[in-house]
Design a protein around this ligand. Structure first.
Ligand code: FES
Length: 541
């Protein structure tokens, strides 16, 4: 017997076995639920509300009041399905497919090896949160469509560490995570060919670029060594396997290539980004930064390539921030000063329910400018605060906090707390220290940089001046900073179209030096130094 579960606002219905959690059902339906703790029932962020039907409140009472439980609120990760249900998901993306797809902004002349007529191919960027795929006609080299979807592994944790932990705790989780990855790829390919099975079976080649953990999990390789020093990956060369082995529903002879990876947390997505940006060929020092849960950084100077990854923490993706959330409806995504007070924009223009990473950076930058945060990160009411600004400051649970948005009745709707600021200091300090350490390794300063390329979804939404104000990025001429979008997907496309690009990816992997930050003398001090916010005039490079 199975029970129907319908999620709103998407209206999607899935049929699941009794005992399946609401979170598992949501993932199957392609509905996005926040899962910072990886479905362990500890973060309290996966709240959903029963609209019709009954479900026991198992594991929900620690995070929900009796009134909330009575009103139908439950934690999705702990609540089993015991009958037909209709569920509201307040922070769900209405449908995963309309995700903003950050296609590459790199222009390039991709060589193309023509294949026989009728051959299709797909290039994937396999992200921890979002997976994007582009369909090509391999005969003509023409790009046909791009689609994105949530990575179904998200039911096992928001970040790679939780997914590695899941495998370390229970070896059976590996095949589960592999299946969730291949389910995601199969769903995207079906979507790309508009659900016509004949076209799916015309897919002959697949190229995937992802971080080391995602690439391991897709191939069913144990990622456990990535969970502890020296973070050694099971493979570093490109891997090519029959797609059928991974149960991908494409042509029976189709092959899947996974990008070569450098080591530690510097994976195939970084190699594919290098491929697409031609960073190695730029005639000036250039830095590539992908700000995410792990900040990956590559520096090129006189043809030398050095890379490092920093454990930035998930603050930029809204996790570990009291009211942090992804950039979906209800999230504050921009904050700025208006007179001597703050103003904000909310995605969807409805009530504010939380803030996403770009707004976190904005908030702290503006509070620094207003004198409400000092260089140590301490939050306080400035002596000369205007009345409207001063009333934003209140303690919450004995912790200093500032209100960023009010609800319709004038109560605080979204607050930034002292601990949130500490989390940002950790994340920002780690990335900046990584940048400074690489600059030090090659013997230049940030002033020498001819380009600073910001990759990835979060990078695209950053306000550069604010990122520099909090010290996340060095203060350089803003015209040198460029947003390059989903450049990892761009690299995967190039490798799909031409064998020479695959060889070039391997060569880039071979010549890129992996710098272990923790082993660099001075890294710890640099990290401590950059956890402090720079002064307004500070040129801390
Ligand atoms: S409580 Fe964290 S995902 Fe459910």
């Amino acid at each position: 017997m199975s029970w129907p579960v319908t999620f709103f606002p998407s209206g999607r219905t899935v049929h699941v076995d009794p005992g399946t959690t609401l979170l598992q059902a949501a993932v199957e339906a392609g509905v996005s639920v926040q899962t910072p703790c990886g479905g362990n029932g500890t973060c309290g962020k996966c709240r959903v509300r029963l609209r019709d039907g009954q479900a026991p409140a198992i594991g929900s009472s620690a995070h929900l009041s009796q009134a909330e439980l009575d009103a139908g609120w439950r934690l999705a990760c702990t609540t089993p399905v015991t009958g037909p249900l209709t569920v509201d998901v307040p922070e769900a993306t209405p449908d995963i497919r309309p995700h903003t797809i950050l296609t590459d902004t790199i222009t390039y002349n991709t060589p193309h090896d023509p294949r026989p007529a009728g051959y299709l191919g797909v290039a994937f960027d396999l992200g921890t949160t979002t997976v994007a795929g582009t369909l090509f006609d391999l005969h003509t080299g023409r790009e046909l469509a791009t689609r994105a979807a949530m990575n179904r592994q998200i039911a096992r944790g928001d970040d790679v560490i939780r997914r590695i932990d899941a495998v370390r705790r229970d070896a059976r989780a590996l095949s589960d995570l592999q299946r969730l990855a291949t389910d995601t790829l199969n769903a995207i390919m079906l979507d790309l060919v508009e659900s016509r099975p004949t076209n799916v079976s015309a897919i002959r080649e697949i190229v995937v670029a992802g971080n080391t953990t995602m690439q391991h999990l897709l191939l069913g390789r144990d990622p456990s060594p990535l969970g502890e020093a020296p973070f050694t990956p099971a493979f570093t060369d490109a891997q090519t396997v029959p797609a059928a082995e991974l149960e991908l529903h494409v042509h029976p002879d189709a092959q899947l290539m996974v990008f070569p990876q450098i080591g530690g947390f510097v994976g195939g997505d970084t190699v594919s980004s290098l491929l697409a940006t031609r960073l190695d060929a730029l005639p000036y020092p250039a830095l590539l930064v992908d700000v995410g849960t792990n900040g990956e950084i590559v520096l090129q100077h006189e043809g030398r390539l050095c890379t490092a990854s920093t454990a930035a923490g998930p603050a930029f993706e809204g996790a570990r921030i009291r009211q942090g959330m992804r950039a979906t409806e209800g999230a504050i995504d921009a904050i700025w000063r208006e007179m001597d007070d703050l103003a904000c924009h909310v995605i969807g223009d409805g009530p504010a329910r939380g803030l996403c990473g770009s707004a976190l950076v904005d908030a702290v930058a503006e509070l620094l400018r207003l004198g409400a945060i000092d260089e140590t990160g301490t939050l306080r009411v400035p002596d000369d605060a205007a009345p409207d600004f001063a009333r934003r400051f209140q303690n919450v649970d004995d912790e200093a906090a500032v209100t960023l948005a009010w609800n319709a009745t004038g109560e605080p709707a979204v607050r930034l707390t002292q601990q949130d600021i500490r989390e940002l200091q950790l994340a920002s300090g780690a990335i900046r220290a990584g940048i400074e350490t690489l600059l030090c390794v090659v013997g230049i300063t940030a002033h020498s940089l001819g380009a600073l390329l910001l990759a990835g979804g979060f990078g695209n939404t950053l306000r550069i001046a604010n990122a520099m104000r909090i010290g996340l990025l060095p203060r350089i001429d803003e015209s040198a900073v460029r947003f390059i979008g989903n450049v990892s997907l761009a690299g995967a496309k190039q490798a799909l179209l031409a064998q020479a690009e695959r060889a070039r990816a391997q060569s880039l992997r071979d010549r890129t030096e992996h710098i272990e930050l923790a082993q660099q003398s001075g890294f710890s001090n640099c990290f401590m130094e950059h956890m402090l916010f720079p002064s307004e005039q500070g040129v801390s490079t």
